[in-house]
Design a protein around this ligand. Structure first.
Ligand SMILES: [Zn+2]
Length: 416
């Protein structure tokens, strides 16, 4: 007997376990009057309602979707979700035209979040993260990547990763942890960055890896932060311990960070607002995913990454929120899809694939999530409407009717 049978839905899904690229990014499958069967949290059957209802009429629970769209749960492959305190005053100052230095002097910027995170206990961070997870789930996201990077010393980086581990156990949302000790240069090492890099490589990475606190390692590669050479050194040190590399790349200036994709196996290069042609070549040749974060460009009123050029050149594109208190304070993947479609020239089906299967591949989860297929985890959403097109079309509202994680209903946003 199966646990759950969803009938009379409009199923929309990409297919496969690896990233869709080029024109293939438009390929989504539709089953009208569709049904799925779930057992032990896994999809065991997908087909037409008539056929599946015959087979599984004895299912423990049968849900009539009444024609609603059934999609894979969104995967958010780039977040800085572990933080306490918000920075709305800084947001206001930015809109008033204050410079970055003026904001820093008024106590804003990333280092203000570092200060708050250092003051918080592991339990406070975890509790706060579980609360945020409820928002992610109610907007249809069923897995997020979550980074450290606001601790910037051994004790606090470890504390952030431990908080992610606790939240992963306590919330139905799945967390994929990334260590980014090299997210900024801590104030106390302003004049001795080498020393800090040494601590990241020789103290933090070994501990994080040996205690299985992270799966990925990331570096903020940017002018005035970490150079491509320093980034490579840190990523290679992580690789030695089995941590999978990612890069914050070409966000503010193009300084050759994306070229690293050809030198080391990188799972994704993220941001890419200032991607140059040599970076594009490196992505093409290496098959590295481009993870684009339109919420950040939108909030900072910057130009967007060139999604069209990336897709047309055969690069796999994923979308993410970059959820963080400074430059993109939103957990909503439906909003990100809307920005992708209306401001980045992506087709609705491309933005949908970029938020599901390709996003799953950006965090090495293509085999288990990101599509509605037999054998994948039963992470899916029902929309209020009958098509995925309503996500960008009926913008600015929550399109989610219900979110299911491993076959269990975990959010029903119309309740709240
Ligand atoms: Zn980021």
């Amino acid at each position: 007997m199966i646990d759950l049978l969803i009938i009379r839905s409009n199923i929309y899904t990409p297919k496969g376990t690896s990233a869709l690229k080029g024109r293939g990014t438009r390929k989504i499958h539709h089953i009208s009057d569709g049904a799925i069967g779930v057992k032990d949290g896994v999809i065991v059957d997908v087909g037409k309602t008539g056929e599946l209802f015959e087979k599984y009429r004895g299912a423990k629970e049968i849900v009539d979707a009444k024609g609603r769209a059934l999609l894979p749960g969104f995967v958010d492959p780039h977040t800085h979700a572990v933080f306490v305190g918000t920075r709305e005053n800084e947001f206001k100052m930015r809109l008033e035209g204050k410079t970055y230095m003026e904001i820093l002097n008024a106590g804003g910027g990333i280092l203000s979040t570092v200060k708050r995170v250092r003051e918080a206990s592991r339990e406070e961070l975890a509790k706060d993260l579980v609360e945020k997870a409820r928002t992610f789930l109610s907007y249809g996201t069923t897995t997020i990547e979550a980074k450290s990077g606001y601790g910037l010393d051994f004790e606090n980086e470890v504390k952030m990763l431990e908080a992610i581990k606790i939240a992963d156990k306590e919330s139905p949302l799945d967390f994929v942890p990334t260590f980014i000790g090299a997210h900024a240069v801590p104030l106390e090492f302003k004049s001795d960055k080498e020393k800090y890099i040494d601590i990241v490589i020789n103290e933090m990475i070994p501990y994080v890896a040996e205690n299985r606190l992270a799966e990925f390692i990331d570096v903020f590669c940017e002018e005035g932060v970490y150079t491509p050479d320093e980034t490579l050194k840190i990523l290679e040190a992580g690789l030695k311990y089995g941590l999978k590399p990612k890069i914050h790349s070409d966000e503010i200036k193009s300084i050759g960070c994306t070229d690293l994709a050809e030198k080391v196996k990188v799972y994704s290069c993220d941001h890419l607002l200032k991607l140059d042609s040599s970076g594009l070549d490196a992505l093409k040749k290496s098959g590295t995913m481009a993870t684009l974060l339109p919420g950040t460009a939108f909030s900072l009123k910057e130009g967007f990454a060139d999604a069209r050029r990336l897709i047309d050149n055969g690069v796999g594109v994923a979308l993410a929120t970059d959820f963080n208190p400074g430059s993109s304070y939103s957990e909503s993947m439906p909003s990100i899809i809307t920005l992708g479609v209306l401001l980045m020239d992506m087709l609705p089906e491309e933005a949908f694939v970029a938020s599901t299967l390709n996003a799953a591949c950006a965090i090495d989860r293509g085999k288990s999530i990101g599509s509605i297929e037999v054998g994948k985890q039963a992470d899916f959403i029902l929309l209020k409407e009958n098509s995925y097109l309503f996500i960008p079309y009926h913008y600015g509202v929550n399109p989610i009717f219900e979110t299911y994680k491993r076959g269990r209903r975990v959010a029903h946003p119309t309740d709240c």
